[in-house]
Design a binder for this molecule. Structure first.
Ligand SMILES: Nc1ncnc2c1ncn2[C@@H]1O[C@H](COP(=O)(O)OP(=O)(O)OP(=O)(O)O)[C@@H](O)[C@H]1O
Length: 734
């Protein structure tokens, strides 16, 4: 009857509520043939409940196919083949709700023999959960050829979590535009507030009870939530059931976890009877699971999600709703949603946000919205509190998702959400910028990059082909290099490491320090020696910033400090690429700053000469995805504390170029920064003027072409980093 051969997807018909009940009754009746079921319970009830992981692997899907066959009573051939399958299925004595134990890495599913009274209990559970679980039957074999379900069953139990649940994500190559959806899986009843109220999400997730093979381990890193199941609330009167519930060594627990499904991860729930082998050690098994699942990461964040409905190809809202929302809800996170209504709206949102209400701002957008959010917070009078309270993160929904690729190690929105949920708040450096035209000389902040020359033009001047997605950028770069465009400027730099050797050494040192700290932080408290404790406490104090941090060390109007070096004019007169950055990826496939580190107090600078032969530029550009372009002799790569860039119009007299203020004034008249930041009032003409005169692109946003001075503010901003680190660029082994 439990045909694994039959195709549950092909035969599936959405059951009605009555039919679900009939189905469950039928299943219970059929199950009376099981030799495992005591006669007392057989006659009345039981059970779908036979047999463990394998049996239950057919789980809901096979139930739905049986359902149809019962109804039609037609397919004799299939019945006989099902009969064979049933024998196979019955070879284990596992119960309907799998037994599980906590291991170092996750929750391991064990096989077990069910107790008689559980059949009744489980029948009730099934009835109560049928509304949601039946509706999911259609998709419960996703990822498996349903016609091969039997072979899947046979092999699955021998496989560990590695196949179905492991955290094996190499999602960097996953296209964000993928729009496979799972919404039919869920019954949600959420009161989402753009309204600002507290949100109560009542939701059920497709149950995978019966689909997880014995010996699978659900890694803690995938577990989103856990809660006790009170069988008494499910109208179970059997006193034997009470015995189990009150047994301190066993607990019925529903866990919700992220399950890989096609290229995404979706929330699923699973009811387990969790065995506590050492009742003296674990008092509260749910708390224990949650602690292990959220080690070093914050539980129950309160998030303001800012969605740019025009981000990327204009489907940021759809991406968030389909890929992220349910994961956040499943984790018990509370969130409000706010849509940006005009250019620069995210600045206003961040400037006015009630910082007591949230601990996180998640930008469902490209990199433009985090840039605006950081600047909005910076404009607040209580900015110290704001930067102490709020962490900023991205759910990749734009065309440039460098923050997500660098911080969550993926540009896949569902995985990014999972890693956001499990991430570690990490203080990261920010770059503080000054330009002559900034209103009241208040600096602006940049978290990602500043670029002038080829890359800037390729980023900004390809806005009109936004519909092309990320490839618009590569197209622009190739076009400009082919044209051999040069971008003359003067450049003053305060170096930290000038040579590539020094830079590498610094990187390796920082990495080993970071590893040491992470290991210490991850170590269990009881393993910590005194020194380690001290280190962690110091880091905690470091986690709070004070107003001193906002003081600009090198004010623009004080001229170039003596210890800054002028970069060779032979190069800067013919500049091809000028690029400075603080995150390793500037786009999904562009590892432009492979040596970037979150909080080493310096930024990376990359320069090229436009006279570099085209034949040499091609391998450099082709190495951008691996990040090995910085190793090419034609590429200058250093770590710097600060710089001043003075762009020159080609027609300018180079002799006058040291006169920075003249240059700046000229630009000031032409391109006011407020034209760019107060997007409401922006005139189309101003954009065209800037386009014609070359460009500065900051975090992917257009800025006026005038003198730009930048310094690093160490550890200003809290970002959510997976494992507390940027994605591994493998720069250390290059
Ligand atoms: N409702 C809106 N109307 C017009 N522009 C908007 C709106 N909301 C946000 N913006 C602007 O869109 C710009 C880009 O935003 P975002 O980074 O989210 O998208 P993107 O497509 O990924 O762009 P990027 O290429 O910079 O990554 C920002 O400058 C922002 O101010």
């Amino acid at each position: 009857m439990y045909s694994a051969r039959s195709n549950p997807i092909a035969t599936y018909k959405k059951p009605t509520r009555n039919s679900k009940r009939r189905l469950i009754k039928n299943l219970l009746r059929r199950s009376t043939t099981s030799s495992d079921i005591p006669s007392t319970s057989i006659s009345k009830k039981p059970s779908t409940l036979k047999h463990g992981s394998e049996h239950s692997l057919t789980g809901i899907s096979s139930r739905s196919s049986s359902y149809k066959k019962d109804k039609n009573n037609k397919h004799k051939k299939e019945s006989s083949s099902k009969h064979k399958n049933k024998k196979k299925i019955l070879k284990h004595d596992d119960g309907p709700i799998s037994l599980a134990v906590l291991t170092e890495d996750g929750i391991q599913i064990k096989s077990r023999k069910p107790k008689s009274y559980e059949y009744e209990d489980y029948a009730n559970i099934l009835l109560s959960s049928a509304r949601t679980s039946m509706s999911s039957s259609r998709t419960s074999f996703t990822g498996t050829r349903s016609s091969d379900a039997e072979s899947y069953m046979e092999t699955a139990s021998t496989l560990s979590c590695v196949t179905c649940l492991s955290d094996s994500v190499s999602a960097l190559s996953v296209d964000t535009s993928a729009t496979n959806h799972t919404s039919s899986l869920y019954t949600t009843n959420s009161n989402l507030a753009g309204s600002g109220g507290n949100i109560k999400h009542k939701h059920h997730y497709a149950s995978v009870n019966g689909q997880i093979p014995t010996n699978s381990v659900i890694p803690y890193s995938m577990i989103l939530n856990a809660k006790y199941i009170d069988l008494q609330n499910l109208n179970i009167n059997n006193k034997n059931a009470n015995t189990v519930i009150s047994d301190s060594n066993h607990h019925f627990v529903e866990i919700t976890f992220g399950k890989p499904r096609r290229q995404d991860v979706v929330p699923k729930s699973l009811t387990l009877l969790i065995e506590n082998p050492d009742k003296n050690r674990l008092n509260d098994i749910v708390e224990e699971i949650l602690q292990r699942s959220y080690k070093n990461s914050k539980r129950q964040r309160r998030i303001l999600v800012i969605i740019n409905p025009y981000g990327g190809k204009g489907n940021a809202k759809k991406i968030f709703m389909r890929k992220s929302k349910k994961l956040l809800m499943a984790s018990g996170f509370k969130f409000d949603i706010q849509y940006t209504k005009y250019r620069g709206h995210a600045i206003d949102i961040a400037q006015n946000i009630n910082i007591n209400k949230y601990d996180t701002i998640a930008c469902a957008s490209g990199d433009g919205i985090p840039h605006e959010v950081i600047n909005g917070l910076y404009r607040r009078l209580d900015r110290v509190d704001a930067f102490n309270k709020l962490a900023i993160t991205q759910i990749p929904c734009g065309s440039g998702n460098a923050m997500s690729v660098s911080c969550h190690w993926t540009n896949n929105p569902s995985y990014a959400t999972l890693f956001l949920i499990k991430s570690i708040e990490t203080r990261c450096d920010i770059m503080c910028m000054s330009q002559p035209s900034y209103k009241d000389n208040i600096p602006k902040l940049s978290f990602l990059s500043q670029t002038y020359g080829i890359i800037a033009e390729s980023d900004i001047n390809t806005e009109f082909i936004r519909w092309l997605g990320p490839s618009r950028f590569e197209l622009g770069v190739a076009f400009n290099i082919f044209q051999r465009k040069k971008y003359p400027c003067d450049l003053y730099v305060k170096y930290f490491t000038k040579s590539k050797n020094e830079l590498k050494l610094h990187y390796l040192n920082e990495k080993s320090h970071q590893r040491k700290y992470t290991n210490n932080a991850l170590r269990d408290d009881d393993d910590c020696d005194e020194d380690t404790d001290k280190e962690i406490i110091t880091e905690d104090i470091d986690n709070y910033i004070t107003d001193d941090l906002f003081k600009v060390k090198y004010p623009l109007d004080e001229g170039v400090p003596d210890d800054w070096e002028l970069v060779d004019p032979a190069l800067t007169n013919n500049l091809g690429i000028f690029y400075t950055g603080k995150m390793p990826y500037v786009a999904a496939d562009t590892k432009f700053f492979p040596a970037a580190l979150p909080s080493d107090g310096v930024m990376d600078i990359v320069l090229t000469d436009s006279r570099t032969p085209f034949t040499r530029m091609i391998p450099i550009l082709l190495a951008l995805d691996k990040g090995s372009h910085v190793l090419q002799p034609e590429v200058i790569h250093s770590k710097i504390y600060a710089y001043r860039l003075v762009p020159r119009q080609e027609e300018d007299d180079p002799a006058n170029n040291n006169n920075n203020s003249n240059n700046a004034d000229k630009c000031k008249d032409k391109d006011s920064i407020e034209d760019y930041l107060d997007y409401n009032d922006v005139e189309e003409d101003d954009y065209n003027i800037a386009k014609d005169s070359g460009l500065l692109s900051i975090d992917g946003e257009k800025y006026p072409l005038e003198t730009l001075q930048v310094e690093v503010i160490p550890k200003l901003c809290k970002f959510l980093l997976r494992d507390g680190q940027f994605v591994d660029t493998e720069f250390g082994s290059m």
